[in-house]
Design a protein. Structure first.
Length: 465
């Protein structure tokens, strides 16, 4: 009996030791930052498997690439396509794409929000996450409460948008009620999640001057793009003076970029017969709204960008690269990153050592993080464009547009995606995955790895410029 007890005790001790090693390994390797790419990769593979089923296709094609490319694009809420969703996929396949968009958008919002809270308070997310704003404490509670709030916001915005679109499709375009409802729900979900997928072969080009289609979709895009933390703060109806710097930068930056985008799109395309020239004045204004909103990582297009002016394409490249707000469904380097760098440059020009925004100062670590995210984004986009130039016969204007669109998870194209070889499609898939997952994890990793240094080395000034 004594020997048996000793044996049991030894086994229990070894089991505890093994559990300790597993826990240590998990804490080092399976961190939230590393789990995000893994989770999305698993969802992508599952989605590709569903789309590979015969029931998901309306055609007899057996090529694996359309399923894999569409799954990456849907889960990363991008919208780039190599096949026509309206004709290539069956209703079951379209429903699978919609599910992937919803899972991708919901996962991105929640994961980005949770990582933002983790970075802000540096607490574990197993039991509770508490975020503190600059003016007052905001208790998000445990993970379940965060998920419920995100789901409620998503459901309300998508539901209202779906009702408006369904009514418009039913009344103005003579769709029967089931078809109108399906079109309304699909495009509402695609809009709020900034996915850009459409059930129409020409995307939203047939509705370029229809305000009852373009405006609701644009509003849903903006609400999805500004981010969950900003929406929560706006819903509190707190005075402008109590807004956090993050909310101020996101809201004012979004309004500024929308105004610039809409205005320049109208100026560049107003008289061009290939795009807006044949529309009425009211139709041109509606089309300009789409032209300024859709590049903010939504991916819809109400004009043929293959026929757009070069200056429009360049402006769209810039808007796509900047993207929307943090912890939302938008891509790009984010509005806050862009504005923090802008204020850093402005304060440097003024000769100020400290970077200030309003009555708050921005730490040097935040500035370095913004610079890192922006430069890494530029590097990825340039590398993608170079690879596309090597693998295709298209010019720089088209390949750069495609590279920025994929990295910023926008989904716009000048029309070359359909004809790209498989090697170039793999490049775009990598860009979509890096652009969607990389910006979140990179920003979080940079913040989490920020450690105070207890000493300073002697300074030396290299020649700049």
């Amino acid at each position: 009996m004594a020997a048996e007890r000793v044996s049991r005790t030894g086994a229990i001790e070894r089991l505890k030791e093994l559990r300790g090693h597993v826990a240590a390994f998990s804490s080092r390797v399976l961190t939230p930052v590393r789990l995000v790419p893994l989770a999305f990769a698993v969802v992508i593979l599952l989605g590709a498997g569903v789309l590979e089923l015969p029931a998901a296709r309306a055609s007899d094609s057996t090529d694996l690439m359309p399923a894999l490319f569409t799954a990456v694009s849907a889960v990363c809420v991008t919208g780039l396509i190599t096949v026509d969703p309206a004709t290539f996929w069956s209703p079951f396949g379209q429903a699978a794409i919609l599910a992937m968009i919803q899972v991708g958008g919901f996962g991105i919002m929640t994961l980005a929000t949770l990582l933002a809270l983790l970075v802000r308070k540096r607490l574990g997310i197993r039991s509770q996450l508490v975020a503190q704003s600059e003016s007052h404490t905001v208790n998000f509670g445990d993970v379940r409460r965060v998920l419920i709030r995100v789901a409620l916001i998503m459901g309300v915005v998508e539901g209202v948008t779906a009702v408006i679109l369904t009514a418009r499709f039913r009344i103005a375009y003579d769709d029967d009620l089931p078809t109108a409802l399906w079109h309304g729900v699909f495009h509402a979900v695609s809009a709020f999640n900034n996915a850009g997928f459409s059930l129409f072969s020409d995307n939203l080009i047939p509705f370029v001057d229809d305000p009852w289609i373009i405006v609701p979709i644009s509003i849903a895009i903006i609400l999805g793009a500004i981010g969950f933390p900003v929406i929560i703060e706006l819903l509190r109806r707190s005075p402008l003076s109590n807004w956090t710097i993050h909310t101020r930068l996101t809201v004012y930056g979004t309004l500024l970029l929308l105004a610039v985008g809409i205005t320049l799109f109208a100026v560049f395309e107003w008289h061009r017969p290939e795009t807006l020239g044949s529309l009425s004045t009211g139709g041109k204004l509606v089309a300009a709204i789409g032209g300024g909103v859709f590049p903010r990582t939504a991916g819809f297009n109400s004009i043929n960008y293959g026929e757009a002016a070069p200056e429009t394409l360049l402006m769209t490249d810039i808007l796509m690269f900047i993207g929307g707000g943090s912890a939302g469904t938008a891509g790009g380097i984010k509005v806050t990153t862009f504005l923090v760098l802008g204020f850093a440059i402005l304060n440097e020009i003024r000769g100020r050592e400290q970077v200030t925004i309003g009555n708050r100062s921005i730490s040097s670590s935040v500035q370095r993080q913004a610079l890192s995210v922006a430069l890494l984004g530029i590097g990825v986009v340039i590398l993608g464009a170079v690879l596309l130039l090597m693998l295709t016969d298209y010019g720089l204007e088209q390949t750069l547009f495609e590279s920025v669109s994929a990295f910023a998870t926008v989904g716009m194209s000048t029309g070359i995606t359909y004809d790209l070889p498989h090697s170039a499609q793999l490049v775009l898939m990598a860009l979509m995955f890096i652009g969607r997952i990389g910006t979140i994890t990179t920003a979080a990793a940079l913040a989490l790895n920020s450690k105070p240094v207890l000493y300073r080395l002697p300074e030396e000034r290299p020649i700049i410029g």
